[in-house]
Write a new protein. Structure first.
Lengths: 316, 413
């Protein structure tokens, strides 16, 4: 034990009785308990707002319940229905599209960061302007892009020149999702860019010089010297991008509401639509979708934690 | 944010409201200027006539109300709340959250009771299981709004039969005008078209049976509706890209003269007029006849008032509902609302659209509430998605109807 328990002995040597009382159970266990006491408020909130809702949703997914009438236990039938639900597969596919295309934000963000990582007059202002998309609300971006895409809107005249007059991407079941992803990537690029910009600030110049001396330049310098040093930034950028793509909801809600006829649905929005929208209130079914989404995310998170654990073990 | 504030205010107001007899707590979502003004007038008038009653109003944001109603009805029920007729009130009635008000619909001793007298034609949508669960205070007609000047320029007269209607569309299309504008991003506009095609092809009883889930979507009579719809969709008589437009966004093409008709509710008139159309170039006609001999039923979504089963002051709540049903009250309120009074004793302002609507509804064989109010929410949502998909890809009709049939079997089991 540390000095806590021994101090009273040193300070009050002539009164053993008091000393004895002071080295009570609390005194003896103080060091072990203190972290838990500090953790307690956080843990409590975590239990109430994260753990409990997860298990409660899993439980609700076994029910047929509209939120008002008494719930009926239906076992796995919500999940069985899910297997035969066209919209569910469409949503799953769209999630996949989001996941893959969203990854583009990482290299584009890196490119922009390298482009902006120079010292000329006014670069701070330019950097902030590039970062701006991440600061404005997703809802605003969604609305602005809807205006862009409107054939009578901003890009209408350009489409006319391309021979695509009156083409509304958001009304085209085959391409609407890509239209939304494009809008969603716009702030994500800014996010990745800022991560890389901070990474670039911390580059080790000695290594670069050493590399130069060994004859590395251009792409090989970038690939072998700079990129490895940006590994933490890359890691973070990929993590936030994957999570960002899986929880894509706001853009879909603002730009198409999952339409036309469900073709731009993603799991997060489909879950909302079935459980909470004006025509929804199938709490059980919505929870079943949530459970599927949770499982997908869980796989990813476990993989992520495993990787982190491995690299910590290596002492990196 | 607005919603949160409104909810918070409401919660606070509920918390502090004293529950002594004579206080009437009313929850509403009347945030738009016209309904707000109409109800303020009604509240003042009621208080004038009943000085012993104090009215307390909790006003919610319109969209937030749809969520909030589920909470407040179960946790802190008001005395009176507004909602919609037909299937929309069914979940609440079924959950026992709405008070049975059959006694004021028939003569059981309430002063000015016996509402059936003035509003018999609107009794059906208020009835579930043989009992009445609220009162209607306003409704509006649906039909076809059109550009009189464009019709005149192309030598088209108002169509009264299906053939004339399709011919009019063909003429307009040939003249480079989009015959019918529509914005289907939020789906429900497609249901308006479907309902009218269905009401005219198969009649009101079929509409009710279909929305009650008694008829398979693969039924030949449903196919007959889509055959008629094909005649409009396949030649491209509807506005392009409608799936990306909200209903309001489909109005500018008509104001610009690029489109000539809109199957819509009367609430659209305000927007048309804001856009610069006047009574001279904007007109209204009843959706034309399809199957000859089928009595003409109309779409007339009805707004209603109900008493919560957990209400503390049911007596005054019933007095208030009776008050809202009175011919003079509905007349005055609907003047402000710009809609139609339900009580047949009320008159309307001299407005061509209201007069046409009143005339049409008073002669209507029956009144449908609208696909998404007559059918259960789940069916409605899938159905309207299907209608939208059909309007973009008419070739997928069979696939869509099979899917809807699958949904029907699940929803109504």
């Amino acid at each position: 034990m540390g000095w806590f328990s021994t101090t009273p002995f040193l300070n009050v040597p002539n009164s053993t009785q008091i000393t004895y009382r002071k080295s009570s159970w609390w005194k003896l266990n103080q060091q072990r308990l203190t972290p838990w006491i500090f953790l307690f408020p956080g843990l409590l909130l975590f239990l109430v707002y994260v753990i409990w809702p997860i298990f409660n949703s899993l439980y609700i997914s076994l029910l047929q319940w509209d939120g008002l009438s008494p719930a009926i236990y239906v076992g796995l039938s919500n999940y069985i229905e899910l297997l035969d639900d066209e919209y569910f597969y469409i949503s799953l596919m769209n999630n996949l599209k989001w996941l893959i295309l969203f990854m583009l934000a990482v290299p584009i963000g890196l490119g922009l960061a390298i482009f902006l990582n120079q010292t000329i007059f006014g670069i701070r202002l330019i950097k902030s302007l590039f970062f701006f998309p991440f600061v404005i609300s997703q809802v605003v971006i969604g609305i602005i892009f809807s205006w862009f895409y409107n054939p009578r809107g901003v890009i209408g005249p350009f489409l006319d020149k391309l021979g695509l007059s009156n083409y509304a991407i958001l009304a085209d079941e085959n391409f609407a999702t890509y239209g939304i992803i494009f809008a969603g990537i716009y702030p994500q690029i800014a996010y990745c860019m800022i991560l890389y910009l901070t990474g670039l600030n911390n580059l080790n110049t000695d290594q670069i010089e050493a590399g130069r001396m060994d004859g590395a330049k251009g792409f090989s310098l970038f690939k072998n010297i700079i990129l490895p040093q940006l590994k933490p930034a890359t890691f973070l950028a990929i993590v936030v991008t994957v999570i960002g793509s899986l929880r894509s909801f706001d853009m879909v809600a603002i730009m198409t509401q999952g339409g036309p006829y469900g073709s731009t649905n993603v799991l997060a929005y489909y879950m909302f639509e079935t459980a909470l929208s004006e025509y929804g209130y199938r709490m059980g079914y919505g929870s079943a979708i949530a459970a599927v989404l949770f499982t997908i995310m869980m796989f990813y998170i476990l993989f992520f934690i495993y990787r982190m654990y491995q690299s910590e073990k290596k002492g990196l | 944010m607005k919603k949160i504030i409104a909810t918070l205010t409401a919660i606070l107001a509920m918390g502090f409201s004293s529950s002594f007899a004579g206080t009437l707590v009313i929850n509403t979502d009347l945030t738009d200027p016209a309904p707000k003004a109409a109800f303020e007038w009604a509240f003042n008038k009621f208080q004038e006539e009943n000085p012993d009653v104090t009215i307390e109003v909790n006003n919610f944001d319109h969209e937030g109300y749809k969520q909030a109603i589920r909470n407040f009805l179960t946790t802190s029920p008001p005395d009176v709340f507004n909602w919609y007729a037909g299937n929309r009130m069914l979940p609440f009635v079924r959950a026992g959250l709405v008070e049975d008000v059959s006694d004021i619909w028939s003569d059981t001793g309430w002063v000015d009771g016996n509402l059936t007298e003035g509003m018999s034609h609107a009794k059906k949508p208020m009835t579930i299981g043989g009992k009445q669960w609220g009162i209607p205070y306003t409704y509006y007609q649906w039909g076809v709004y059109y550009r009189k000047d464009i019709f005149a320029a192309n030598g088209i007269s108002v169509p009264t039969t299906w053939d004339e209607f399709v011919a009019a569309c063909a003429t307009l299309k040939a003249a480079g005008v989009t015959p019918i504008t529509i914005g289907s991003k939020y789906l429900w506009t497609t249901a308006g078209v479907f309902d009218y095609l269905n009401l005219r092809t198969n009649g009101y009883e079929f509409h009710m049976a279909l929305t009650k889930g008694e008829i398979p979507y693969t039924d030949p009579r449903v196919h007959a509706v889509f055959d008629k719809w094909d005649e409009l969709v396949k030649p491209g008589y509807f506005l392009e890209n409608h799936a990306s437009l909200a209903w309001q966004e489909a109005i500018p093409p008509m104001i610009n003269g690029e489109a000539a008709m809109y199957v819509m509710g009367n609430f659209s008139v305000a927007l048309f007029k804001e856009g610069g159309l006047t009574n001279d170039n904007l007109g209204f006609f009843q959706f034309p006849e399809i199957t000859p001999g089928i009595p003409m039923a109309e779409e007339a979504p009805t707004d209603t008032m109900h008493i919560a089963s957990g209400a503390k002051n049911k007596t005054d709540a019933k007095r208030f509902l009776i008050f809202l049903s009175r011919a003079d009250v509905q007349e005055e309120m609907n003047k402000t609302l710009g809609q139609l009074p339900v009580n047949s004793g009320s008159k309307v302002d001299p407005d061509p659209f209201l007069e046409a609507g009143l005339n049409m509804l008073n002669n209507a064989y029956a009144m449908a509430q609208f696909y998404d109010r007559d059918a259960p929410a789940e069916m409605a949502s899938e159905g309207m998605k299907g209608f939208q998909e059909y309007m973009v890809n008419p070739d997928r009709r069979d696939k869509i109807l099979e899917r809807l049939e699958k949904v029907r079997q699940r929803v109504y089991k």
